[in-house]
Ligand binder design. Structure first.
Ligand code: ZN
Length: 168
């Protein structure tokens, strides 16, 4: 596969010097990471909590799959796409202790109840709030969702998140 130019995602092409997106390199990087994660999974110490590093018997497996690269949020997660497992065990993996599991379950409870609390609110098909002010005209991509911000809100967000912010 050759180099493909894709909008804003550009880098210098070594061979021609033109600005192009090297899809091959991205795929290679992804394949390499997949291989690293496959080995990490196979060599995993099942007694170690990958989160708080509690050590000893009785750890638990957490599998999460939601069509999003969750390593962006938790780089320690293992991408299971290169690992052969039973059905329904795809996506990302963490080996965790019971305390970290309890924290995760509590976070899920909070997350879901907040969503339930927004059920009556006007929203678009992605669940994004329908903004009241026309000044919220800057779309910002946060964890795979688009959030509309005012210029002031965007500058605040940018200040807080540094280079981690990403716009569509
Ligand atoms: Zn833990």
């Amino acid at each position: 596969m050759g180099n493909v130019s894709i909008g804003a995602f550009v880098e210098t092409d070594k061979s021609g010097g033109s600005m192009s997106f090297n899809l091959d390199r991205m795929i290679e990087r992804k394949d390499r990471q997949r291989e690293i994660d496959k080995n990490r999974f196979e060599e995993l110490d099942s007694d170690l909590c990958m989160c708080c590093h509690a050590y000893g018997a009785d750890k638990r497996s957490l599998f999460i799959s939601c069509l999003y690269e969750l390593k962006e949020a938790v780089p320690e997660m293992i991408d299971l796409s290169g690992v052969e497992l039973d059905n329904f065990k795809k996506g990302y993996y963490l080996r965790i202790c019971k305390h970290c599991r309890a924290e995760f379950i509590d976070m899920l409870r909070t997350w879901f109840s907040e969503g339930v609390g927004r059920r009556g609110a006007p929203k678009d098909h992605d669940g994004g709030e329908l903004w009241e002010s026309a000044s919220k005209n800057i779309p910002v991509r946060i964890d795979g969702a688009t959030v509309m911000m005012t210029e002031e809100g965007y500058l605040e967000y940018k200040e807080k998140n540094g280079n981690n912010q990403n716009t569509p």
